[in-house]
Ligand binder design. Structure first.
Ligand code: ZN
Length: 202
């Protein structure tokens, strides 16, 4: 494949940014696409355009929603008292598919480093505070990863939301140090959820 064609070069550059793909695997995917223009590139281009136009991230809960429709967090109103805070959508999906937690999620959209201010990261922490107040939530389960960034984020959230009434808990036993939620097997996740530990708020 001639990498010097600007279109191909751009495509390789974009694909190489995807998680798990380096330039080599990006090239393999692109080659496959080019060889199947009608059956792969055409529908893919259409789907991507549709997703770009019609799907957005809800600025209240961080979940995906249709651009012109209300998000489920708004539709469901305030008939829940527990919320599970996760770093990203993939984390919510693994927790959902492991059937551990059936309630409502709050998707932050990333993590903090110890030297960063959250304003710079565009994380949905202000909206978490708003949801807690608006729905009078009783429990917040912080299910961030056991990485330095995940724990820094958890501490920051605890500081921001703690008050006398709310129960804050974090995933417990079984969560390996450095473990990312997305990478955990169902058994480990279930155990970490069951053994979630209350966070001391003083
Ligand atoms: Zn929402």
């Amino acid at each position: 494949m001639d990498n010097n064609i600007p279109e191909i070069e751009q495509l390789i550059k974009q694909f190489s940014k995807l998680p798990g793909l380096g330039p080599k695997s990006a090239k393999r995917i692109i080659l496959k696409l080019i060889n199947n223009k009608e059956s792969m590139i055409k529908p893919l281009a259409k789907i991507l355009t549709n997703v770009y136009k019609n799907i957005a991230r809800c600025t209240d809960c961080g979940n995906l929603k249709l651009t012109d429709k209300k998000c489920t967090c708004e539709i469901n109103g305030n008939n829940y008292d527990k919320i599970c805070v996760v770093e990203n959508l993939a984390d919510m999906w693994v927790i959902e598919s492991a059937n551990i937690f059936k309630g409502h999620f709050h998707i932050l959209g990333g993590t903090l480093n110890s030297d960063e201010k959250y304003e710079q990261k565009n994380l949905l922490i202000d909206s978490l505070v708003k949801r807690i107040k608006k729905n009078n939530l009783k429990e917040v389960i912080i299910a961030t990863s056991a990485t330095v960034e995940g724990q820094t984020t958890a501490h920051y959230i605890e500081d921001v939301i703690k008050n006398d009434k709310i129960k804050i808990s974090k995933l417990g036993q079984g969560l390996p140090v450095g473990g990312e939620i997305e990478q955990l097997d169902d058994g480990t996740l279930v155990s970490a959820f069951k053994n979630r530990v209350p966070v001391a708020t003083d």
